[in-house]
Design a protein around this ligand. Structure first.
Ligand code: GDP
Length: 362
């Protein structure tokens, strides 16, 4: 199914890029996301950041604020509405999802603990990124653990490094060079991002601290820069839907639901959908489209807000009949007026067997 860009001429109406965060346990994935969610200003709300189903949405004005410290080096210009980061560590079915690679994510953050090198799950992630040809940046995390590091909270990394003693800078450089060697062993040239002259061939490294926040502005800036300038074609709104099942979950009062990442298109209540099940394809009708209630609204009884329609990119829970045997990792299609439901059933099942083949191979 080849979807056509609705408005290929317009660069303005781009959707939000989707990013996954991967890496070995304890490298700091959760902490890094927490730090990104924190706003520097003390506001009642976290600057419009919304926790979604299996994902966090960062609106562009909040990213702009976070990136203000980058102005010393560059003039960030953003032309996407925001950034959706899928917090994959919690998803069991992630092997399926990781194998999905570029169809689910436009870019990935590979988190590496600079003091531990490339650990087993990191190597696994590298292999999956390579197989899926998914572009990625490396967050070389825990810079603040370098002996003698003086925190420069939430600073861009170049200013923070310039303020360190010679001994700290020497330790940093030796860790950085060691990391580059480890990536070379995996078949990747890599370079600290601000010295990287060939972003399409050489992996960019962003030194970060998830605790004191150095380098986090650089990371957000780079993710936006790379996706909006190099992938604008992928970020065009499509008339056709692109969606992937993250998780299948039983929820009290709703029965079996599916948590879905909508990468492109618009999904409506009442849409007829087709997806893979363990007993064959499933065709059903969307009963409700749900996102979590903001934390401050928790006194309201329902944990979810109901939507008539949702627009990519976002994470959404779908309630519908007959989802008991749905398979995480499956693609989800909407039956349009000109579509034959049986054809779509074949499409999703073919797609899944292709996916499983590639899992077996690796
Ligand atoms: P995950 O398993 O990859 O999600 O790792 P976590 O985010 O849970 O972090 C694992 C541990 O490392 C926690 O104790 C964090 O507080 C700590 N940690 C994570 N990032 C940093 C960092 O940048 N600096 C320091 N000093 N500790 C960190």
């Amino acid at each position: 199914r080849h979807a056509k860009a609705v408005d290929a001429a317009s660069q303005k109406d781009l959707r939000s890029p989707i990013c996954a965060i991967l890496g070995h346990v304890d490298t700091g994935k959760t902490k890094l996301l927490d730090n990104m969610r924190k706003t520097n200003v003390q506001e009642g709300e976290a600057g419009g950041i919304t926790q979604q189903i299996g994902a966090t949405y960062f609106p562009i004005d909040m990213i702009e604020k976070k990136c203000e410290t980058m102005r010393a080096y560059t003039d960030p210009q953003f032309n996407v509405p925001g950034l959706l980061i899928i917090d994959t560590p919690g998803h069991e079915s992630f092997t399926n999802l990781r194998t999905r690679g570029s169809s689910l994510c436009n870019i990935a953050i590979l988190v590496v603990d600079m003091h531990h090198g490339l650990e087993q799950q990191t190597l696994e992630s590298i292999r999956l990124l390579k197989d899926g040809k998914t572009p990625f940046v490396v967050a070389l995390n825990k810079v603040d653990r370098i002996f003698g590091w003086e925190p420069v909270p939430n600073s861009n990394i170049r200013d923070a490094l310039a303020k360190q003693s010679q001994s700290v800078q020497a330790q940093f450089n030796s860790r950085l060079e060691a990391t580059k060697l480890l990536f070379a062993e995996q078949g990747f040239n890599s370079e600290v991002y601000y010295k990287n002259k060939n972003m399409s061939k050489v992996v960019s490294i962003v030194p970060t601290s998830a605790v004191t926040g150095e380098g986090v502005p650089d990371l957000l800036y780079l993710l936006l820069e790379l996706t909006q300038t190099r992938m604008s074609k992928q970020l065009m709104y499509l008339s056709e839907l692109e969606a992937t099942i993250l998780e299948v979950k039983v929820v009290e009062g709703l029965g079996t639901t599916i948590d879905v990442v909508l990468s492109n298109g618009i999904l409506h209540e009442g849409d007829r959908i087709v997806l893979c099940g363990s007993n064959g394809p499933i065709a059903t009708t969307v009963r409700a489209l749900l996102t979590p209630q903001p934390a401050r609204e928790l006194r309201i009884k329902s944990a979810y807000i109901r939507h008539k329609e949702v627009k990519a990119a976002l994470g959404v829970k779908i309630s519908a009949p007959d989802l008991e045997h749905a398979i995480a990792g499956s693609r989800l299609l909407v039956v349009g007026p000109d579509d034959d439901e049986e054809d779509l059933k074949d499409d999703v099942m073919d797609d899944m067997s292709g996916l499983l083949d590639s899992v077996d191979k690796s």
